[in-house]
Design a binder for this molecule. Structure first.
Ligand code: AP5
Ligand code: MG
Length: 221
């Protein structure tokens, strides 16, 4: 099963993708996480991506599509995957279609998490991340021990692009470059809209209900 998680910055894509991927037993692939791993490990990809990420603008398609292609060609993606943060431009969307067509696959569902701009800024201002991928919020979803991850005891950090100024640029990039993808997927009838304002657990249940509905309809799982 191939599921795309769409939504504005901080709409909860990462939080929900991890849960869906665990439930479906497929990998969770976040292009943002791949770039951040490369930045932390001082690779050439990281050095290039950092120039854009720190400013809140999209990394050029050529590089992004290349790293995504390399990742989905790995064996663990054979049964499907959950994509978080890709595609983000019409060019990426069309490339993904071509890659999937080549191996007789297609996107099953695109989950659209909707949140208001004010909520995006509120979430970004209080987010703390762990290297293991778990996201916290200092007010709404604080860790049990301040600064320490509940899951792996890792030290929490603030993403460099989590400032109000950069968040506004990210939001703008989302509206201009990413939102048009929704119209393409809507035309295909694969979009499911989910209210991203509800508590995380409720959003997870709403998403899962939609996946089960899809599975029943298509005799899958
Ligand atoms: P990326 O890492 O994808 O960032 P993003 O899209 O801006 O999204 P976030 O990771 O900020 O938020 P999220 O939706 O995952 O929310 P989360 O679950 O963490 O991309 C970063 C950068 O990399 C881009 O700006 C770009 O430069 C580059 N990039 C990546 N992919 C690219 C591509 N395809 N093409 C080009 N460039 C690319 O939750 C957010 C917060 O809210 C947390 O604090 C969480 O605890 C809280 N929260 C979650 N759910 C809820 C809830 N239901 N209620 C209340 N709070 C909640
Ligand atoms: Mg994320």
């Amino acid at each position: 099963m191939i599921v795309i998680m769409l939504g504005a910055p901080a709409s909860g894509k990462g939080t929900q993708s991890v849960i869906v991927a665990q439930r479906l037993k497929v990998p969770h692939i976040s292009t943002g996480d791949i770039f951040r791993w490369n930045i932390a490990n001082n690779t050439a990809v990281g050095e290039e991506a950092k120039k854009y990420i720190d400013k809140g603008i999209l990394v050029p398609d050529e590089l992004t599509i290349r790293i995504l292609k390399e990742r989905i060609e790995k064996e663990d993606c054979e049964r499907g995957f959950v994509l978080d943060g890709f595609p983000r431009t019409i060019n990426q969307q069309q490339s993904l279609d071509r890659m999937l067509t080549e191996c007789n696959k297609s996107i099953n569902m695109a989950i659209n998490l909707s949140v208001t701009d004010d909520e995006v800024i509120r979430r970004i201002s209080g987010r703390r991340m762990c290297k293991c991928g778990k996201a916290y919020h200092i007010v709404t979803y604080p860790p049990k021990t301040p600064g320490i991850c509940d899951l792996c005891n890792g030290e929490l950090y603030t993403r460099k692009d989590d400032t109000v100024e950069v968040a506004n640029t990210r939001l703008e990039a989302y509206k201009l470059q990413t939102e048009p993808i929704l119209a393409v997927y809507r035309e295909r009838g694969i979009v499911v809209d989910i209210d991203g304002h509800k508590p995380q657990e409720q959003v997870a249940e709403d998403v899962w209900k939609e996946i089960l509905k899809y599975s029943e309809k298509h005799g899958w799982m």
